[in-house]
Design a protein around this ligand. Structure first.
Ligand code: C2E
Ligand code: CA
Ligand code: CA
Ligand code: CA
Length: 275
């Protein structure tokens, strides 16, 4: 471990210890980075696939770390949850996002992601409403995305939370739809406003094979439930064309560009005359 003194063990230092130290540095970095404002919202366009019109943005968290560079949420969200910082992190991000989004054209919506652990916080709805009031952003333009894995939490508690958000006019989307666990009865048990078809299915549209039938089946399930849908992972014109053949859908993905920070997003909206 140490270069001096215990050099008998120098060959022993290896991967595991390095990994532990890295993990420790990440934890420290997250704790310090939240109050330091290192966590910032990026925005991904959401498009009405029928008209090609921009209809809103999904906020995606990024960590601009002076040590690690630009870090993606799959790295830091799970750690933030484990060290009990997800609430503070999310509050900081949503506050910034509401502030950004209230400058956008009023027809544009803002979607934010909420993890299962946050859904377990009985004060979550109240905290979110406070942020909305402080920002002056209308609840009717906010969508909260919850994942299917929320559904095997205490369903009663999740339903109470969803209901209280909806009573304020906030809309609820089911994220990563199709990846797992939700039964039809669970889908009916919660008053979702939208399904988001997971990228793993949508990207199959680029290949030969069963992908087409699978996405078609998911879309028709959504239609049976009378739920509007958003397809994730629209990466190519080919995928877009196939999605359009399924009828009315929204979509998002790299075909329309990578997620951008608030300044680039604002510039885009200025060009589109949507500020
Ligand atoms: P998600 O909600 O499924 O978000 C979509 C992810 O797919 C994003 O990755 C996005 O950059 C990426 N993506 C979008 N379009 C395409 C595409 O066309 N092709 C490909 N290959 N990828 C695409 P990102 O930003 O790394 O986010 C990963 C996950 O982290 C998100 O998955 C979401 O579950 C979570 N997350 C992001 N921001 C937050 C947050 O503020 N709070 C919480 N709790 N979770 C967040
Ligand atoms: Ca999402
Ligand atoms: Ca998703
Ligand atoms: Ca996902």
């Amino acid at each position: 471990a140490k270069k001096h003194g215990r050099n008998r063990y120098f060959w022993f230092e290896p991967a595991m210890e390095r990994e532990l130290r890295h993990r420790n540095d990440l934890e420290t970095g997250i704790r310090r980075g939240i109050p330091a404002g290192e966590f910032v919202p990026f925005y991904e366009q959401q498009i009405d696939l029928e008209t090609g019109e921009l209809v809103g943005f999904e906020m995606l968290a990024r960590w601009q770390s002076p040590v690690f560079g630009l870090v993606n949420p799959d790295t830091f969200i799970p750690i933030a949850e484990e060290i009990d910082q997800i609430g503070a992190l999310s509050e900081s991000l949503i506050r910034q996002a509401l502030d950004d989004a209230k400058e956008w054209h009023q027809k544009l919506t803002l979607s934010v992601n909420v993890s299962p652990m946050q859904m377990r916080d009985p004060w979550f709805a109240q905290k979110l409403l406070r942020l909305l009031i402080e920002s002056g952003f209308p609840p009717s333009r906010l969508e909260v995305e919850i994942t299917e894995s929320c559904l095997h939490e205490n369903l009663g508690a999740v339903r109470a939370m969803v209901t209280s958000l909806k009573n304020q006019g906030i809309r609820i989307s089911l994220d990563d739809f199709g990846t797992g666990y939700s039964s039809l009865s669970q889908l009916r048990a919660l008053p979702f406003d939208r399904l988001k078809i997971d990228r793993s299915f949508v990207s199959e549209l680029a290949n030969e094979g069963m992908g087409h039938e699978l996405v078609e089946a998911i879309v028709s399930l959504g239609r049976d439930l009378s739920l509007p849908m958003t397809a994730e992972g629209v990466e190519s014109h080919e995928i877009l064309a196939k999605l359009r053949s399924f009828g009315q859908l929204k979509g998002q993905g790299y075909l329309y560009g990578f997620p951008e920070d608030a300044i680039a997003t604002r510039a885009r909206l200025a060009r589109l005359d949507l500020l």
